[in-house]
Design a protein around this ligand. Structure first.
Ligand code: ASP
Length: 342
């Protein structure tokens, strides 16, 4: 059975090619995808292409773009078996994490990919990333989509999107998922890790999405020498509603009273503080050391092994639901889309 796939090009390096005359990088026209990559015809898929308007470098992405992308997928959900989103690598983990939260009953593959070298350059990594992402988006297992979640494919590995982070501006294997195993490893064959794949609770014909992402989210990264006055100023920013606190190691922060009282005052004002670690790998365990326990006592929430990208987009999503504070906290305390391990 053939699968039908919608490719959505949002911008980024993957969509660039070198102009034969000037040598400058110019946009690649994905509507001519079969002419450019005739080998695609050998895959058992039918492909349509949509280009977002405007096409952007992903450094310019904003929550409005995430909502527009989610709406486009929702509006085309019934017509396609899977979706491939081509996105700049710089903020791909943010966009893909955000989409994982915005989709409330996703049961089809949404595979993000991009490239470090433009697709129109001979040595590109984009061709392989694109072709394999299409194959994964169309893959089935027992008549159902093989990977019915938001994923990110890059350099031979498929990851759960909200577990990823861009780790290199140079290496072709630009992404890592430090705390969750790959959903698939690609060599001669595509070896799926099915036990690691999230299965939907329902297979509905229509995709429900949330279209409200809250603003007022901040990130505070601790470093030795961060003064209380600067921290207080950051936590007193007008409009601030929640902060991702990037702590040391297993979720640790200074134990001095002056520091903890600044955090405690912010929490008393209703600001949510979510603790994630600055380390790529490993998790926050606030009971492990006095330095973490004090944060927990002040009312800081545990982010477990969540990435900053997932923590920020989850806060935007959950606060965007405008629920009473207790329900908001309850949603933040449990994984909603496999974004952390408990
Ligand atoms: N600046 C580009 C972007 O994120 C880089 C890339 O696509 O790799 O849009």
């Amino acid at each position: 059975m053939r699968s039908s796939i919608l490719i959505i090009y949002t911008g980024g390096t993957i969509g660039m090619q070198t102009d034969a005359e000037t040598g400058a990088l110019v946009p690649f026209d994905f509507s001519g995808i079969y002419e450019e990559f005739p080998s695609l015809r050998r895959l058992n898929v039918d492909i349509d292409v949509r280009t977002m308007d405007p096409v952007i470098d992903s450094s310019n992405v904003a929550p409005e773009n995430w909502v527009a992308l989610a709406e486009l997928i929702r509006d085309n959900y019934a017509r396609y078996d899977g979706f491939v989103v081509l996105h700049g690598t710089d903020t791909m983990s943010y966009t893909a994490s955000a989409l994982s939260f915005l989709f409330e009953n996703l049961a089809k593959p949404v595979v993000f990919t991009g490239s470090q070298i433009p697709i129109g350059v001979l040595r590109t990594d984009g061709r392989e990333n694109l072709i394999t992402a299409i194959e994964i988006a169309g893959a089935r297992r027992d008549g159902r989509p093989a990977v019915p979640e938001v994923s990110l494919y890059f350099q031979n590995r498929l990851f759960r999107a909200n577990r990823t982070t861009k780790r290199s501006a140079e290496a072709l294997s630009a992404f890592r998922s430090y705390n969750y195993p790959p959903l698939a490893e690609v060599g001669v064959n595509i070896a799926y890790n099915f036990p690691a794949v999230l299965r939907p609770a329902e297979y509905a014909d229509e995709l429900r999405i949330s279209t409200r992402l809250a603003d007022g989210i901040g990130i505070v990264k601790l470093f030795p020498g961060l003064s209380e006055s600067i921290l207080r100023a950051m936590l007193s920013a007008p409009g601030l509603r929640a902060v991702v606190l990037e702590t040391y190691g297993a979720g640790n922060a200074p134990t001095r009273e002056s520091f903890l009282s600044v955090i405690g005052e912010a929490i008393d004002r209703g600001i949510i503080v979510l603790n994630v670690t600055q380390c790529g790998g490993g998790k926050v365990t606030m009971e492990l050391y006095e330095t973490g326990l004090r944060l927990q006592k002040a009312g800081v929430l545990c982010g477990h092994d969540m990435t900053t990208e997932a923590a920020v987009s989850k806060l935007m999503y959950v606060l965007g639901l405008s629920l009473p504070q207790q329900e908001t906290l309850e949603l933040l305390r449990r994984p909603l889309r496999g974004e952390f391990t408990v």
